[in-house]
Write a protein that binds this ligand. Structure first.
Ligand code: ATP
Length: 269
């Protein structure tokens, strides 16, 4: 069936080493991985693991990355959909995709399902102007049905990302659905340094680069923006025919990214 192809399935090679600056969430994450690896250990003592966990945080803070890392560490298949894709689709397509994805995951359990941008379909119902959001509502209802329809012993974990937990339909947050939350904040200084370290791993870095200093001067940047900064520094090295990425390259990159951001803020102010 053609529909089934629409749900993406991958074998994740991402690990927790690729995710930096998330110390506060480490314990919850470790427990989830442990559960996916050895669900019988939890069942033996009558412990019930959550079916659904909400990953909450601003754009670019690593929600998708973390979901992949959990699948990679647990060595379970990773199924993903982005809820925003459903908005423009024909009525019924979103719901069918959700159903297919859960069926596929069930067959391959233990498995991890990742729903990106949950708020795109998960906004509280009945608040749309004049209703008419049939597709959105059907997709949301299907997600709720699927969450209720599998038992804890089926060893499926559903992670869903959102940066707007405040607008979610309360039905999603009931016990047995997304009843746990992991919050990813914009990184503070030490976290930014740790994230920079992850992304310079594969670069020929010059000795004059002080990442602590770079971290101190990149207040407000997200993980995705820091990754971008490192790439911009590497591009600068190539552009200027340097054989190492040095402090000058980071200076140029910082100017581009930080000033670029300030310009964007001014434009939108
Ligand atoms: P969005 O809400 O925009 O979908 P997101 O929170 O899902 O964003 P990701 O897509 O996971 O963020 O982040 C984009 C990229 O930024 C990641 O693939 C990774 O390279 C980098 N990144 C983000 N956060 C981190 C982090 N904590 N550690 C290392 N890299 C990070």
């Amino acid at each position: 069936k053609s529909r089934a192809r629409l749900a993406r399935k991958e074998t994740s090679t991402t690990t927790l080493d690729d995710v930096a600056g998330i110390e506060s969430a480490k314990r919850d994450i470790t427990e989830i991985i442990d559960f996916l690896r050895a669900p019988e250990k939890y069942r033996a003592v009558g412990a019930e693991m959550p079916k659904g966990v909400l990953l909450v945080g601003p754009p670019g803070t690593g929600k998708t990355l973390l979901a992949r890392a959990i699948a990679g560490e647990a060595e379970v298949p990773f199924f993903s959909i982005s809820a925003s894709e459903f908005i423009e689709m024909f009525v019924g397509v979103g719901a069918a995709r959700v159903r297919d994805m859960f069926n596929q995951a069930r067959k391959e359990a233990p498995a991890l399902i990742f729903i990106d941008e949950l708020d795109a379909v998960g906004r509280s119902r009945g608040t749309g102007l004049g209703g008419g959001h049939d597709e959105r509502e059907q997709t949301l209802n299907q997600i709720l049905t699927e969450m209720d329809g599998f038992e804890p012993h089926e060893n499926i974990l559903v992670l869903a990302a959102t940066n707007r937990p405040d607008v979610l339909d309360s039905a999603l947050l009931r016990p047995g659905r997304f009843d746990r939350t992991i919050t990813l904040d914009r990184p503070h200084k030490d976290a930014r340094e740790a994230i920079l370290r992850v992304h310079v791993r594969k670069l020929p870095l010059a000795d004059d680069v002080n990442l602590e200093d770079v971290a101190a001067r990149t207040i407000g940047l997200s993980g995705a923006e820091l990754k971008n900064l490192v790439n911009e520094a590497a591009l600068t090295a190539a552009r200027e025919n340097r054989n190492q990425v040095d402090a000058h390259c980071f200076e140029v990159a910082r100017d581009r990214i930080v000033l670029g951001q300030e310009r964007d803020t001014q434009l939108s102010a």
